[in-house]
Ligand binder design. Structure first.
Ligand SMILES: [Zn+2]
Length: 180
């Protein structure tokens, strides 16, 4: 479903009640109305909009380069884009890699709590994961780490959908993002 379809369903949707695991139409409407440029593109990326994806990568990379200049954390345009791609991946795909967010594994008659995430349904991205995503060796990661967190911080502060869901659910949806 693309963002236009989601929105047309959203404004016609009678049942705005919470359904587990689904982003409710009302959230798209609410989030888009209050979102920044990066924030609204992030919503579209979650709805698999390729144009929005390219746009948000460039916007985020650009912002990161500028902020890096101020903080003396210099980023080449290429580095900024790699970090943007990886941070967007992390924030838009928080699900556990084993259960895909289901929290439990259902076999024939058995329902078992996912061993990988312990029933949380989220993947906790490690430095190793992040280095691998960025195509950097584990040894060189420390040189990238502060820059990655800077990019993630820009992204999180623009992520209206996450903020709204957090308020609504009282949960830390992106608890894997530890920004020091
Ligand atoms: Zn899991």
């Amino acid at each position: 479903m693309n963002i236009a379809e989601i929105l047309s369903v959203s404004v016609n949707e009678d049942n705005l009640a919470w359904k587990e695991g689904a982003t409710m139409p009302v959230e798209y409407v609410a989030a888009l109305s209050a979102a920044s440029e990066i924030g609204s593109d992030l919503l579209r990326v979650r709805a698999l909009d390729k144009q929005a994806y390219r746009r948000v990568v460039l916007l985020l990379a650009n912002k990161a380069e500028k902020q890096g200049m101020k903080k003396r954390l210099f980023l080449s345009p290429a580095m900024a884009q790699i970090l943007a791609v990886c941070a967007i991946h992390e924030i838009t795909q928080p699900q556990c890699l084993v259960c895909r967010g289901a929290k439990v594994m259902v076999t024939e008659k058995l329902k078992v709590v996912c061993h990988s995430c312990g029933g949380i349904g989220l993947h906790r991205y490690s430095d190793k994961d992040r280095a691998r995503m960025c195509g950097v060796s584990a040894e060189s990661w420390p040189q990238w780490e502060r820059r990655y967190h800077m990019v993630m911080q820009i992204l999180v502060s623009n992520d209206t959908a996450a903020r709204l869901s957090r308020i609504k659910l009282g949960k830390h949806l992106y608890s894997s993002v530890d920004i020091g």
